[in-house]
Design a protein around this ligand. Structure first.
Ligand code: GFB
Length: 318
């Protein structure tokens, strides 16, 4: 990508990550009304047309669109997560190949092999070393194919396709659906509503012992934009904040931030996925990235404040 700023096209621009990227740069989004990325035909005509003819010229596509969800949705709709993601990715990569444009695709640390096949912290070279955790089997294999397809197109067609691997993202513009969403938005909503309706108990899924690394979506957006401008390598790049926190501590922090003072119970009959998936960001640092990550206390504060200001008009909450 040239240093002189042109325009970036962001797929999934209304989502948690895409909306942060759009907010930071001279970027355009493409909505599902304009182009259904699951349709090969629409991508061939509409997406290719936008990439070719947009003025100012588009010189990079950041592909954030994906079917995403929390541990429960991933386990229940395993085929949908595989099917939707693999089809969308095939179509978007094909469009970017045809229009010879730089592409940044997004994976996730949950797609790494499950514990017994890897050593921690997770490094990029371990991505395909064994099967993923069964809780997100479909999503993980579909996302891993982004790496495979990007490398294949790079080798055969010379495409400048790069991939990045965030860990668990969170932030204001999350999906607040408590059944199908991720833990932070689900708990923000559960604790906030429990306080609002004076409910004495809030149930948190699992034992609370699982560890996760959380990255504020704004931080991930900044790093992705930096890599879009400065990185052209074939290896994926882990980009997440590497501080681990237990779900139990996370729940206490969110309860405090929302002002909930009732009882918190841990329901081990609910899915909890992988015990941990700590990642290394050494490769990112070796490339020259120097920014800080937002401490989780501050990220949660901003997220909860946004939630309170906009409730109930939030994605997944109304
Ligand atoms: O956010 P989450 O669904 O992502 O769950 P994963 C993280 C942890 O929080 C799990 C616990 O151990 C859950 O059991 N948890 C506690 C809850 N209460 C809740 C709750 O109310 N809702 C949710 N959702 N979790 C996903 C993958 O796994 O990570 C996806 O399945 C995706 O594929 C994402 O890539 C980043 O880290 O478990």
């Amino acid at each position: 990508m040239h240093k002189k700023q042109k325009t970036i096209l962001v797929t999934g621009h209304s989502g948690l990550l895409g909306s942060e990227i759009i907010g930071m740069r001279n970027a355009v989004g493409i909505s599902s009304n304009e182009c259904d990325l699951l349709s090969k035909f629409q991508c061939q005509y509409t997406l290719n047309g936008v990439i070719k003819r947009h003025n100012p010229a588009i010189d990079c596509v950041i592909h954030c669109a994906a079917k995403v969800g929390g541990v429960k949705a991933n386990s229940e709709f395993v085929a949908d997560f595989f099917d939707n993601n693999i089809r969308m990715n095939m179509n978007v990569l094909e469009s970017c190949k045809k229009t010879s444009i730089k592409l940044v695709s997004i994976l996730s640390t949950c797609v790494y092999p499950t514990t017994k096949y890897v050593s921690y912290p997770l490094t990029e070279d371990q991505l395909h070393m064994g099967p993923p955790h069964k809780s997100n089997f479909g999503y993980a294999y579909a996302k891993r194919m982004l790496d495979v397809q990007s490398r294949a197109y790079r080798d055969q067609y010379g495409c400048n396709f790069i991939t990045v691997i965030p860990n668990n993202l969170y932030g204001p513009n999350d999906n607040y659906d408590v059944e199908n969403g991720h833990v932070i938005p689900a708990l923000v909503r559960k604790f906030y509503e429990a306080k609002l309706h004076q409910k004495p108990v809030v149930s948190v899924w699992g034992t609370g012992d699982c560890l996760r690394e959380f990255t504020f979506a704004k931080d991930a957006a900044k790093i992705i934009l930096w890599l879009a401008e400065n990185y052209n390598g074939e290896s994926p790049v882990n980009i997440g904040n590497t501080d681990e926190i237990s779900i139990k501590n996370l729940a206490f922090m969110i309860a405090k931030e929302t002002g909930y003072e009732g009882e918190i119970v841990f329901d081990s009959s609910m899915p909890e996925g992988q015990l941990r998936k700590p990642s290394s960001n050494e490769y990112l640092l070796s490339l020259g990235w120097v920014g800080d990550y937002t401490p989780i206390e501050l990220g949660l504060k901003e997220t909860v404040q946004h939630f309170k200001n906009h409730y109930p008009k939030l994605r997944g909450a109304n």
